[in-house]
Ligand binder design. Structure first.
Ligand SMILES: Cc1ncc(COP(=O)(O)O)c(C=O)c1O
Length: 368
């Protein structure tokens, strides 16, 4: 079986085909409008996403990594400050923090959710920590209200990374409405996906919103008047905003479908092979179907490939072991993180999978 013929873990093209009428309409609307950056679609999308998340402010930016970086600036981080985060979430927070002149510091994760928890955060705190980035990994929301309490008691700001968890709920509120700020990505494989790059910051804090709004566009207060240093061009374009507006209408329905698919996988998997990192409730939106292998991941991967099912690893290298900076962290030990990095395995999950494909994957999982 060649790599190309395997069923992929995500398939943005199928989403585009399924929603082609809406996407084409959005495209024509934007072309006809004559405004290709920060026009009416963009303004409307910011309002609609803010309302969906349940916050007062949403600021479109160019990608999720920029959203993290600008959010860290906006919540008050200063060069040299430490940012506490998890090391099993793809290093996006590490990259953003380092680009902002901040120093990532790592906490271990909860063995059940693979997210930061109040206790793992408390165990890793130090006097230099100014902010925490909490990633709602694979679409499952962390114990975020308790985390915010623990951090705020110590004067630490919280940035939620909602790139994988848009729409997830916790105690009646959506991901992105708990922290001082939250970052979203609309990368083409995300639950709310652009046809290209895109991102956003949400917040209830007017000053945070104002800072991100200036920094995303050269530091301008008014056009051509730079009132804040450190600005850049990080805009979400009009075409992506129009497509995202159309797709936002289907988000809850697609999240339900994803959650159901992962639920079927979880029920099918032989317990001796491992377990899925998932939850049956609204706290999980099935961004990725990740199996935590009980023993040999390579063997499971080979069996799945043999059956025609593609897999991926999210993520294979812990942040503190990334070649670019591992020398700075040679003393750091994160037992749960280091263990799961060698055991996670992602199988296909996207709303456009057919029932037959889901049944087929379940059959293969049952036989593992
Ligand atoms: C958890 C998480 N954070 C941040 C990002 C970065 O988003 P982007 O690729 O839009 O910069 C991603 C995805 O790529 C992600 O999965």
């Amino acid at each position: 079986v060649t790599e190309r013929s395997l069923l992929p873990v995500a398939d943005p093209q199928r989403a585009l085909v399924a929603g082609s009428i809406e996407v084409t309409q959005a495209f024509h609307r934007v072309i006809a409008s004559g405004r290709y950056v920060h026009g009416e679609e963009h303004a409307a999308f910011e309002n609609e996403l803010a309302q969906y998340v349940g916050v007062r402010h949403c600021i479109g930016v160019a990608c999720g990594t920029d959203a993290l970086e600008l959010a860290l600036h906006a919540v008050g981080c200063q060069p040299g400050d430490e940012v506490l985060t998890a090391a099993n979430c793809g290093a996006y927070a590490s990259v953003a923090a380092r680009n902002a002149g901040l120093r990532p510091r790592y906490a271990d994760v909860d063995p059940e959710t693979l997210c930061l928890s109040p206790s793992t955060i408390q165990a890793a705190l130090g006097p230099g920590v100014r902010a925490a980035v909490v990633t709602h990994l694979y679409g499952r929301i962390a114990d975020i209200d308790s985390i915010v309490t623990v951090c705020h008691e110590r004067g630490i700001a919280v940035v939620e990374d909602c790139a994988q968890a848009i729409g997830a709920r916790w105690k009646g509120r959506r991901a992105g409405s708990f922290g001082d700020a939250a970052a979203f990505s609309f990368y083409p494989t995300k639950n709310l996906a652009a046809v290209g790059d895109g991102g956003a910051v949400t917040t209830d804090v007017p000053k945070v919103a104002d800072t991100v709004r200036r920094l995303r566009q050269y530091g301008w207060g008014e056009k051509y008047s730079i009132t804040m240093p450190g600005g850049r061009n990080s805009r979400l374009d009009e075409l992506q905003a129009a497509i995202l507006r159309a797709r936002l209408h289907h988000l809850d329905e697609h999240n339900d479908r994803r959650r159901r698919i992962v639920g079927q996988y979880a029920a099918a998997l032989t317990p001796s092979a491992g377990r899925f990192v998932a939850s049956p409730g609204a706290d999980f939106v099935g961004h990725l179907a990740v199996l935590l292998a009980a023993s040999d991941r390579a063997e499971l991967r080979a069996s799945l490939a043999e059956a025609g099912i593609g897999t991926d690893i999210h993520y294979p290298i812990a942040d503190h072991r990334q070649p670019a900076w591992q020398d700075e962290y040679s003393q750091v030990r994160l037992p749960v993180t280091e263990d799961v990095v060698g055991r996670v395995l992602t199988v296909p999950c996207f709303p456009e999978l057919t029932d037959d494909e889901v049944s087929w994957i379940c059959e293969v999982l049952r036989a593992l």
